[in-house]
Design a protein around this ligand. Structure first.
Ligand SMILES: [Zn+2]
Length: 84
């Protein structure tokens, strides 16, 4: 294996701070959203799979963040509980 010297934007690196792809803010790996882009089969020839990393704020801004059940339960008003 040859060592790559400072290739920008290269993937496959171990966990380290990354820049949010939208706002360019440097985010710790523990707070990064990982967005995997997988094109549909019909467009797979045109588009490649890709991975983007973005910060919590941008994920929320894009409506990408989905809250866990625990958070949803905490945020949901008491009088609006559904019984199944
Ligand atoms: Zn961001």
């Amino acid at each position: 294996m040859k060592s790559v010297e400072r290739s920008r934007g290269g993937g496959g690196e171990p966990a380290r701070n990354r820049a949010c792809y939208r706002c360019d803010r440097t985010v710790a790996p523990s707070a990064l959203f990982r967005i995997e882009i997988a094109p549909p089969a019909s467009l797979a020839e045109k588009y490649a799979d890709a991975v983007r990393y973005c910060c919590e704020g941008c994920a929320a801004g894009m409506n990408l963040s989905d809250f866990s059940d625990r958070w949803e339960a905490a945020a949901r008003p008491r009088d609006e509980r559904s019984n199944g």
